[in-house]
Design a protein around this ligand. Structure first.
Ligand code: SF4
Ligand code: SF4
Length: 119
């Protein structure tokens, strides 16, 4: 009898789920989403690669002139991240001196391609 009452109650109440992806829940500021890199800010210092506990950041060729603290640097390398091996710890973001590498505030980022990389 209580099941029937619950069914009737649910029939007339609003759904508890939301219509994702049309409606999205707010994401907290501390949310750790997928890693992204703003290439024009990256000076190629390799700090992100050195601190990454999952060792998923490889420094690859990426020559570019980058302005840092008023000086123009001739960058040689840039990071490449194995996205689906990343554990989203946020250490790369914390140690990056330029704010170049960062974790995005989006919860999408799933997929079936294990070789997806971010550079
Ligand atoms: S979030 Fe953590 S695991 Fe992912 S790339 Fe950065 S340091 Fe590595
Ligand atoms: S992303 Fe940041 S820590 Fe990594 S190489 Fe570029 S400037 Fe250095």
């Amino acid at each position: 009898m209580s099941v029937l009452r619950e069914m009737i109650g649910n029939f007339f109440s609003r759904p508890v789920t939301i219509r994702y992806p049309w409606i999205k829940v707010p994401i907290p500021d501390t949310f750790r989403g997928r890693v992204a890199n703003t290439d024009e800010l990256c000076i190629g210092c390799s700090k992100c690669s050195l601190v990454c506990p999952a060792q998923v950041i490889t420094m690859i060729d990426g020559p570019r002139d980058v302005v840092f603290k008023g000086k123009t640097l001739a960058r040689k390398k840039r990071p490449q991240v194995d996205l689906y091996k990343c554990i989203r710890c946020g250490l790369c973001e914390r140690h990056c001196p330029t704010g170049s590498i960062h974790l995005e505030h989006v919860h999408a980022g799933t997929g079936t391609d294990r070789d997806v990389r971010v550079t």
